[in-house]
Write a new protein. Structure first.
Lengths: 294, 291, 256
């Protein structure tokens, strides 16, 4: 039972993370391979502040604001790049951030990480049991879903999709593509930061090793496999992949096997990405479009 | 006097690193030029090249270094061909991002496959550590001399192949325009196969040299891919000499850079250079670009 | 909509070269208000390049372009639309994975709902703008004969219907001037008729057009003034009947 609760919590957090990436990848066509950096910024900001004695609400808000701000600052130069150059530049940013976190020991305790992150204390309620945390993260997940759905269905979202599908035609209709992309990037960064905050206060211990390329690939896989540019896609992807990843804990295996399981899982993830790109790049849940029987 | 030889040693280290990066970059830029995509799994060709040598030198083969090199290179060449055949050929016509993601997936797969077989620990070839030789106040070891010699050899071989052979001419034609080359009756299949083999072999040679000088680990491909990409960008996509130059520049910049910044950021140097170059290119105003 | 009788667009000594070839060469054209102006010329004479220069997709090597007196050369395309200049494309560029209605709703300028912050604070205004725009869109679609297709994805429309949609979309933006790039190319005669009727109806309502056309029948029926380009240079201007008989024009068309 505890395992199921744990699973649900991780799914909720990764659903937020995936939904945030989906705004950039699915709805704006921006392949941000450094998304994990904003997850990390949210996590570290809130962790450091709450460890210093500030209340959770401050940590949360600061995490969101800082993640969004960094997203804004990064997007301005990065969006001058096209397609895969943008992908590689954002990837680089993610890696550089990790190096900074690793090296600036005075701030982040470097590779030793930050232990003992306090559980959230909101309106007098301390969320330190599994069901409570599920309520917290599940609640945030629902709010995220609602907010992002609202944004995507609005005229803003409509213009965003136009920019994604045909930037020139959208420009000709008066849409400032650059500004739309920046806004989309900031939205994505803020919600990635939210996921990071929830993660830090759940695991209560974070280190630079939690925010590597592996996490980027995982969330990318979730979005791409679930179906980018749809509402349910990232959620379905999160359920499927987190289940697969965490279900290892259900199996009780001899120690020699567990050492191999990690790389084996990653091999499956890599293979999944390849197979998806070859056979079904749209993912499980397809976007609207195509012939309708009329 | 002492500090001069210290700086010279740093420059030498820069050149050595540069040679290796040049090999990596040349392989990467070759595929980028001929097939117009970034092979994100190139780092794994580097890594597997080094591990194949490890494989042949260990049980049950137990070959000495010189005997093990050929099979290692051959197997890496096959790996490159297999990568193209199974993943990249089916999606040859897909957009650049699909190719990039597929390559990323392949990279994850290969990296973890190595970890699966050999574990995540750092290893070495177990060769005797020889004392460095002294030249004009600089120290250089045998493997390091090999780096320079082998790189020169590879560059010469690439030059002959690319500019003095018919196969090279085909590859250059593909680099210019894939479809046009097809229509012109150039044997594109052979040229593509050749490009993969050369790219993989260059990666393997570089990986082996790197592992001889330092060590092996499943993660060694990733950071070197980034550096190779940076070098490729400096030199221009598809430009072999540019890649050579770019690699040398990065090797020197990295090593000289550590004189001023913390060693923990050494790997970031190549990255920062790359970002600066990417941003310094003229901003493409929205136009009718076919991509 | 402004009913200015002065020059709406002024192109002065504009040149644009690609490599060694001049696509547009020292071109000076003045487009008046209250007119439908045509731009004709053999293939490759620089007509679409000129459109690209006017709408900001290209920057002229020299010369100036003014729209309602303001310099626009070198500005970004989205600025043009916001100033009231909309264009269509030779190969229709509707958004295939959006419905016909959504395509139309993208066009109005200055929508409050497109501003991210306004979404939270000005919802009622956004709602009323949306319903106003919907009504106007459906009216236009009705004139175009596309009403029953309003919730079909644009990629399901026939090519001719897509071009009509593009025109409707341009009109939705309430522009001061519309640049039409070969609006009747590749569509069947019935839809050509609809297109012409639409253009003429809008002309009556004060809409100004600048049209690239190959179909001389359409040019004669619709355009009040015509400019002729050949190899990037303006070689004639005048009423359609006049330029038809102009020997330089005849030679340009025969010579290619």
């Amino acid at each position: 039972m505890d395992l199921l609760l744990h699973l649900a919590i991780v799914i909720a957090i990764y659903a937020i993370f995936a939904l945030s990436l989906n705004v950039e990848v699915g709805y704006t066509g921006l392949f941000n391979f450094g998304h994990v950096a904003f997850f990390a910024i949210g996590a570290y900001t809130s962790a450091l502040l709450t460890l210093a004695g500030f209340p959770f609400t401050i940590g949360l808000l600061a995490g969101l604001v800082l993640a969004g701000l960094c997203g804004y600052l990064l997007s301005i130069p990065a969006l001058k790049l096209q397609g895969d150059y943008f992908g590689i530049a954002t990837l680089g940013f993610g890696e550089i951030l990790r190096m900074v976190v690793n090296n600036e020991v005075w701030l982040t305790k470097g590779p030793m990480g930050l232990p003992g992150i306090p559980r959230p204390d909101l309106f007098g309620v301390v969320f330190d049991t599994l069901p409570a945390y599920l309520a917290l993260s599940g609640g945030f997940a629902l709010v995220t879903f609602a907010i992002l759905a609202f944004v995507v269905l609005s005229p803003f979202g409509r213009a965003l999709k136009a920019v994604r599908d045909d930037e020139t035609a959208a420009e000709i209709l008066g849409k400032n593509a650059f500004r739309f992309k920046i806004k989309s990037f900031v939205i994505g960064s803020v919600f990635a930061g939210l996921a990071g905050v929830l993660w830090a206060h759940y695991t209560t211990f974070i280190g630079p090793g939690d925010f590597t390329l592996t996490e980027t690939i995982l969330v990318l896989l979730i979005v791409v496999m679930g179906g980018k540019g749809t509402f349910l896609g990232p959620v379905v992807g999160a359920v499927a992949l987190i289940f697969f990843q965490e279900s290892v804990r259900f199996l009780r295996l001899p120690p020699e096997w567990t050492r191999l399981l990690g790389p084996l899982q990653q091999m499956v993830f890599g293979l999944l990405l390849v197979v998806l790109m070859v056979f079904r790049p749209e993912g499980i849940i397809r976007e609207k479009g195509g012939r309708r029987g009329d | 006097m002492d500090s001069i030889s210290y700086y010279l040693q740093t420059v030498l280290n820069g050149i050595l690193a540069g040679c290796i990066y040049a090999l990596f970059a040349m392989g990467l830029t070759l595929i980028y030029g001929v097939l117009n995509f970034v092979n994100f799994a190139h780092g794994e060709l580097i890594m597997w090249g080094a591990y194949f040598l490890f494989l042949f030198m260990g049980e049950p083969f137990g070959l000495p270094l010189y005997a093990a090199i050929l099979p290692a290179l051959a197997l890496t060449g096959c790996l490159g061909l297999a990568m193209d055949y199974s993943v990249f050929r089916p999606i040859r016509r897909a957009n650049r991002l699909t190719l990039l993601i597929a390559a990323m997936g392949l990279s994850v797969f290969l990296r973890n496959a190595a970890q699966f077989f050999w574990g995540a620990e750092v290893r070495t070839y177990g060769l005797e550590v020889t004392a460095g030789m002294r030249f004009f106040g600089l120290t250089i070891t045998a493997p390091q001399l090999a780096i320079i010699a082998v790189t020169l050899l590879c560059v010469a071989a690439v030059y002959l192949l690319f500019f003095k052979s018919r196969l090279g001419k085909s590859m250059r034609a593909l680099s210019d325009n894939l479809d046009l080359a097809r229509i012109s009756g150039i044997d594109t299949k052979r040229a593509i196969l050749a490009a993969w083999v050369i790219s993989a072999v260059l990666a393997a040679v570089g990986g082996i040299l790197l592992a001889l000088d330092t060590n092996l680990s499943p993660e060694m491909g990733v950071i070197n891919l980034i550096k190779a990409f940076a070098a490729t960008l400096i030199g221009g996509v598809g430009n072999l000499w540019g890649a050579l130059l770019g690699g040398m520049l990065i090797g020197l910049a990295e090593n000289l850079g550590v004189l001023f910044i913390s060693p923990g950021y050494k790997d970031a140097v190549a990255f920062v250079i790359m970002v600066i170059i990417l941003l310094a290119r003229p901003y493409v105003i929205i136009g009718e670009r076919s991509d | 909509m402004k009913r200015g009788a002065g020059a709406v667009i002024e192109i002065r000594n504009v040149t644009k070269a690609f490599g060694g070839t001049r696509a547009v060469s020292d071109c000076t054209i003045s487009l008046e208000g209250l007119t439908i102006t045509g731009l004709i010329g053999p293939n490759g004479s620089g007509k679409t390049t000129l459109f690209n220069l006017i709408t900001g997709l290209l920057k002229p090597d020299s010369g100036e372009i003014r729209f309602l007196g303001n310099r626009i050369d070198g500005r970004l395309p989205h600025d043009m639309a916001q100033l009231g200049l909309i264009r269509t494309f030779q190969l229709s560029r509707v958004f295939p994975r959006m419905t016909v209605l959504e395509n139309m709703l993208l066009a109005p300028q200055g929508q409050t709902g497109e501003r991210l912050l306004s979404l939270w604070f000005r919802l009622p205004k956004i709602r009323s703008e949306e319903s106003e725009n919907r009504e106007r869109a459906l009216d236009l679609l009705d004139l175009l004969g596309l009403t029953r297709l309003h919730d079909q994805f644009a990629e399901n429309l026939s090519y001719g219907q897509q071009k009509l949609l593009e025109l409707g979309r341009a009109l939705m933006a309430k522009p001061k001037m519309i640049l039409l790039d070969e609006p009747t190319a590749g569509i069947n005669p019935t839809l050509i008729r609809t297109m012409i009727e639409m253009i003429l109806t809008m002309r009556e309502r004060g809409q100004v057009f600048f049209i690239i056309e190959h179909n001389m029948d359409v040019v004669i029926e619709v355009c009040e003034k015509v400019f002729v380009l050949d190899h990037g240079e303006k070689i004639a201007e005048g009423r359609p009947e006049e330029i038809q008989k102009d020997p330089r024009v005849i030679e340009a068309y025969l010579g290619c």
